[in-house]
Design a protein around this ligand. Structure first.
Ligand SMILES: Nc1ncnc2c1ncn2[C@@H]1O[C@H](COP(=O)(O)OP(=O)(O)O)[C@@H](O)[C@H]1O
Ligand SMILES: [Mg+2]
Length: 285
């Protein structure tokens, strides 16, 4: 399931060709037929099946024999393609270890020009296969909702970071490829795991950043103590794929939920009692 730096380095050019052919094929198929791979890669069948067996062993590709021999890219194959491109562009030179895992991502530290974080979005997967049965959720393009949803999620997060940095304290956006976002590595713990010495200062700092984002037309919409990192006593707001514009019909509800989450956390943990209405007024004022 995890990305293996070893396999990225040793990926043979034919294996790369096949991963790319699968990525393209998945615009038209849930399971890409072997025949299709033969046509697009122009490789011999024996070469293709040998390379596929290695990719399957590494957990980058899956095989399904029914109703025809078909192959599908899975998350770690998609990770490998993104990393390959980011490495070729010089954005990343080495992948480190996993530093975070959330509902919809895995995050690694890595080496770029300096230390960076790389977040692979993982939207869908299992939850989409049942959704796919009731056809309503099928996106118009393609047969592979997780791939498209994960890419869109990353693009959306990257857009938020580029819009907000440096006016709002967010990680510096560095690059985006496919479902991966490369950003500066924040050296700090999630707010829920901190024991703050000056909680009121941090709360004011968070509200000031929520306000600054609002002024740029952006509401986080998933703000909580889990999506705030504390670096040298200052907050950094992370995890932006679900942001919404301040012109969204539910903007007020989403903003007040963000503010409520934060105030509730500071009340529970630090007995700070801020008035919700005042906080909301100050943020939008
Ligand atoms: N730029 C970063 N620097 C350091 N750690 C990060 C960074 N981005 C994310 N993380 C870590 O990875 C975890 C998951 O990232 P997050 O963006 O919150 O994704 P998810 O949607 O999966 O919750 C975070 O809680 C945090 O611990
Ligand atoms: Mg998160």
């Amino acid at each position: 399931m995890a990305v293996s730096a070893e396999h990225i380095r040793t990926l043979n050019k034919y294996e790369k060709t096949i991963l790319l052919a699968l990525e393209r094929g998945m615009k038209n198929y849930s399971w890409v037929p072997l025949e299709q791979l033969k046509t697009t890669t122009k490789l011999a069948e024996s070469e293709i099946t040998y390379r596929l067996s290695r990719l399957i062993e590494w957990g980058m590709v899956r095989f399904n024999p029914v109703p025809y021999d078909g192959y599908a890219l899975v998350f770690s194959g998609y990770d490998t393609l993104a990393l390959g491109t980011l490495a070729r562009k010089g954005t990343i030179s080495a992948l480190g270890t996993q530093i975070g895992e959330g509902k919809e991502s895995v995050v690694y530290d890595a080496l770029g020009l300096g230390p960076v974080a790389i977040k692979f979005h993982r939207v869908g997967g299992r939850s989409f296969s049942s959704a796919r049965l009731n056809r309503e959720y099928m996106p118009e393009e393609g047969h592979c909702p997780w791939l498209i949803a994960s890419r869109k999620s990353a693009e959306r997060e990257y857009l938020a970071l580029t819009t907000l940095h440096p006016k709002v304290s967010v990680p510096l956006p560095i690059d985006n490829n496919r479902h991966a976002v490369v950003m500066s590595l924040i050296n700090g713990a999630n707010l829920n795991r901190c024991q703050l010495e000056c909680p009121a200062e941090v709360l004011d700092d968070i509200l000031a950043n929520v306000r600054a984002a609002y002024r740029e037309g952006v509401i986080h919409a998933d703000l909580s103590e889990y999506n705030i990192l504390i670096e040298d006593g200052r907050c950094v707001l992370i995890d932006w794929p679900q942001w919404t514009g301040t012109d969204h019909p539910n903007a007020d509800t989403l903003l007040s939920r963000d503010i409520d989450n934060i105030l509730a956390f500071f009340k529970r943990k630090y007995q700070l009692d801020y008035d919700r209405g005042d906080a909301m007024q100050w943020v939008i004022g």
